[in-house]
Design a protein around this ligand. Structure first.
Ligand SMILES: Nc1nc2c(ncn2[C@@H]2O[C@H](COP(=O)(O)OP(=O)(O)O)[C@@H](O)[C@H]2O)c(=O)[nH]1
Ligand SMILES: [Mg+2]
Length: 196
């Protein structure tokens, strides 16, 4: 069985837990601060320019978006965190929905945490990593690598690697501009889907 990322198509969006797709098959989800580059990473992985809406204005993706690769495999774009101009009510809503989704979803096989390589892992990313513990394999995707010179990239990769604890946690870089790192991301997602 070979998974084709190119065939991804949008299925549905969820605001509430009751709107999630049935908890069957296998999913890989993308989380991270708003504007980190989650949607761009999914577009890059699927070689589709506009599968996920990307935005120069942070805080726009406020839904859980499901993309189907085939009847058994999905990618999930999660709402970004850390956007200041969000009401407390909405923030609490997503804290509850996301923690339930991430900790209880049986279909979820791995979580990609998208991090702007210029910022590195922030407190909010760390809180997510801590919350996940060893419940799921995690991959830290340091994106926008085209924004930094090679030495700075290597330094951030090394310090990020040093911060990880579990054996099921890994790091790679990505530039959605020049596709540097795309193979590693694809490999990781395949590994998670195929472990199943
Ligand atoms: N230079 C560069 N810009 C990127 C990269 N990935 C994302 N961006 C830009 O970062 C902004 C936020 O990206 P988006 O994917 O919408 O972030 P999201 O909020 O995490 O989904 C957009 O302006 C993207 O064009 C990258 O690898 N390189
Ligand atoms: Mg987005």
């Amino acid at each position: 069985m070979s998974i084709s990322f190119r065939r991804a198509r949008f299925v549905t969006s969820a605001f509430e837990l009751s709107q999630l797709l049935p908890d069957t098959g296998s999913e890989v989800a993308f989380a991270g601060r708003s504007n980190a580059g989650k949607s761009s990473a999914i577009n890059c992985l699927t070689r589709q320019k506009n599968l996920c809406k990307t935005s120069k204005t942070p805080g726009r993706t406020q839904l859980i978006n499901f993309f189907e690769l085939d009847s058994r495999h999905r990618l999930v774009d999660l709402p970004g965190y850390g956007f200041a101009r969000v009401s407390k009510k909405l923030r609490n809503h997503w804290d509850r929905v996301l923690s339930t989704f991430l900790l209880e979803r049986q279909a979820l096989k791995g979580l990609v945490i998208v991090v702007d390589i210029r910022r590195g892992i922030t407190d909010l990313d760390q809180a997510l990593i801590d919350m996940m513990g060893d419940t799921l394999p995690l991959h830290i995707l340091l994106t926008k690598s085209d924004k930094l010179p090679r030495a700075a990239i290597q330094k951030t990769v090394a310090s990020t690697q040093a911060q990880l604890i579990g054996t099921r946690q890994s790091v790679s870089t990505l530039s959605t501009l020049n596709r540097q790192g795309l193979e590693q991301l694809e490999q990781k997602c395949r590994e998670w889907f195929e472990e199943d």
